[in-house]
Design a protein around this ligand. Structure first.
Ligand code: NAG
Ligand code: NAG
Ligand code: NAG
Ligand code: NAG
Ligand code: NAG
Length: 483
């Protein structure tokens, strides 16, 4: 009887703790502002050979959509900004566009969403007022073709839509956009079960503030992070901080339930002299660490349960893009299909490849001996406590990890090596990580009902009070480590 009670108790505790944090998805933007790219059919072969099964386009080019037919690659197409006013003004124009550019290809070409416009609020022609009416007309056209439940509508917004983004908890949309377009658009996304598309570039913030933002923070590398003074959450990457600023802005308007997809993010492999940080090694680190982050599951500190769905920018270097050198050097591939740098892009590559470097790229190094956890940061992820989960949840999860979970909690007992700092957060992080490593970092083994999340950098080992923190300027940062 006692045994039975214990078993059912364990099952209860397990099902309470393990609401699995799903892995997110990686897609890639297939931009074509170039005169030297491979044919669309060659590109589809390239995508398949790399295991990339989601792609985002900037138009509805018939050659590309035809080449993607029957490839089982999910496609986001785009309705260009230039068409917004016509689509908004005229339902039959919208009907014809959907007929000629969507229904003709679907379902052979797996179109899953239409990006209606791109960064519309910063369009020099100011097409903002046409956006939501255009989305509604396209939705009506889709419904006429019975495609409205298969194909989602959204519109990628740039981070410049935010009035405030630091600290993340203060995130808010620009006042002049809220009533005219943000609220109507978020209402529309909610009603249609769609999501907001966000283009987020930590690179831009880094270039403008490289004296105050650490490169480690921008590239998901080892860094102590910064604590958001508004919500007490610790951020160890600029990407997370940027996304949470968007979530905070949405929450402030009551749209906590609307999901977000990162429709563009990337890092250039080359730049002009003043584009600090643009380099092959940094691009490999940013994109490689981001992919690992996304595929190992979990979300941002503010929405730890929401998997990250991300489209990298971009597939190719695009030689006809204007602007600084970086603009032509975001590609993961040269037009020759040769890799600009080598990073894992799929879960299979991540799992099968213990030699993934901390700089994000892959390298030939000996795997750690079986049964031994490598002490270096090669190919590693760690599990840490989510302070936002609250004391009670953390304590329950800590008790579970050290008890039935079988984590090695001896080092955090009083008098042992890792007892200090004696805080719930530090002890929970230790125990969660021990459990996570013991489960060989398997899917769902770092969640504990939202009390934990995966990081791509080793957790801090230096007691926080030894560090000299500075939270100011556009972003918080660590100025100096003092021992
Ligand atoms: C949409 O379809 C029309 C009609 O086929 C075509 O003329 C137009 O180029 C297409 N639009 C885009 C952006 O490809
Ligand atoms: C198509 O892709 C989906 C995932 O997007 C996968 O579940 C399915 O097995 C694939 N089908 C084929 C025929 O490869
Ligand atoms: C864009 O148009 C809206 C009205 O449609 C106006 O309120 C806003 O000031 C314009 N923005 C710019 C930057 O011109
Ligand atoms: C699609 O349109 C039909 C008819 O207008 C409507 O009943 C249905 O709720 C719509 N589905 C979605 C997911 O919007
Ligand atoms: C990543 O680091 C490894 C080992 O230090 C090095 O061989 C490789 O060139 C680096 N990759 C990049 C893109 O810098």
């Amino acid at each position: 009887m006692a045994t039975l009670t214990l078993i059912s108790h364990s099952i209860l505790v397990l099902s309470l703790l393990f609401t699995f944090a799903d892995a997110g998805s990686i897609g890639i933007n297939y931009g074509r502002v170039a005169n030297d790219l491979p044919s669309p059919s060659k590109v589809v072969e390239l995508l398949k050979s790399q295991g990339i099964d989601r792609v985002k386009l900037y138009d509805t080019d018939s050659g590309v959509l035809t080449a993607l037919a029957n490839s089982n690659i999910s496609v986001v197409v785009a309705l260009p900004n230039e068409l917004l006013s016509s689509v908004a003004a005229d339902q039959s124009f919208a009907d014809n566009w959907v007929q000629a550019n969507i229904s003709q290809y679907y379902p052979n070409t797996k179109i899953e969403a239409i990006a209606v416009g791109n960064e519309v609020f910063v369009d020099p022609k100011n097409t903002t007022k046409f956006l939501v009416p255009a989305m509604k007309n396209i939705q009506t056209s889709l419904a006429k073709n019975n495609l409205n439940s298969s194909i989602k509508l959204s519109s990628p917004v740039a981070l410049s839509a935010l009035q405030s983004s630091y600290p993340s908890s203060s995130g808010s949309f620009k006042t002049e956009l809220i009533e005219p377009v943000i609220k109507p658009m978020l209402d529309f996304l909610r009603q249609t079960g769609s999501y907001l598309m966000v283009n987020a570039y930590p690179f831009f913030a880094y270039v403008d503030n490289s004296n105050s933002i650490s490169l480690e923070y921008a590239l998901f590398k080892t860094n102590p992070g910064t604590v958001d003074s508004g919500n007490g959450l610790r951020y160890t990457s600029l990407f997370d901080a940027q996304l949470d600023a968007v979530f905070a802005a949405m929450n402030a308007l009551g749209y906590n339930d609307v999901k977000v997809v990162v429709s563009e993010t990337g890092w250039p492999s080359k730049g002009d002299e003043k584009e600090t940080g643009a380099s092959q090694a940094n691009a490999a680190a940013y994109n490689g660490n981001l992919v690992r982050r996304v595929l190992t599951g979990g979300g941002t500190p503010l929405r730890p349960q929401d998997p990250l769905n991300v489209y990298l920018f971009a597939l190719f270097n695009e030689n006809q893009k204007t602007g600084p050198t970086s603009e032509r050097n975001y590609g993961l591939f040269y037009p020759t299909e040769e890799k600009v740098y080598d990073i894992p892009l799929t879960t299979a590559e991540l799992n099968g490849d213990q030699s993934t470097m901390a700089n994000g790229s892959k390298a030939q190094v000996a795997p750690a001996p079986a049964g031994e956890v490598s002490s270096s940061s090669v190919g590693q992820t760690w599990c840490v406590a989510n302070v936002n989960a609250g004391e009670e949840k953390l304590q329950t999860a800590l008790d579970y990890a050290c008890g039935e979970g079988g984590a090695d909690c001896r080092p955090i007992q009083e008098g042992a090596t890792c007892y200090s700092p004696n805080t719930l957060e530090a002890h929970a992080s230790y125990a969660f990580n021990s459990y996570y490593q013991k489960k060989t970092r398997g899917a769902g083994s770092c969640d504990f009902g939202g009390a934990a999340y995966v990081v791509t950098q080793p957790p801090m080992r230096v007691p926080y009070r030894l560090l000299n923190w500075k939270d100011e300027g556009e972003f918080g940062y660590l100025v100096k480590v003092q021992y």
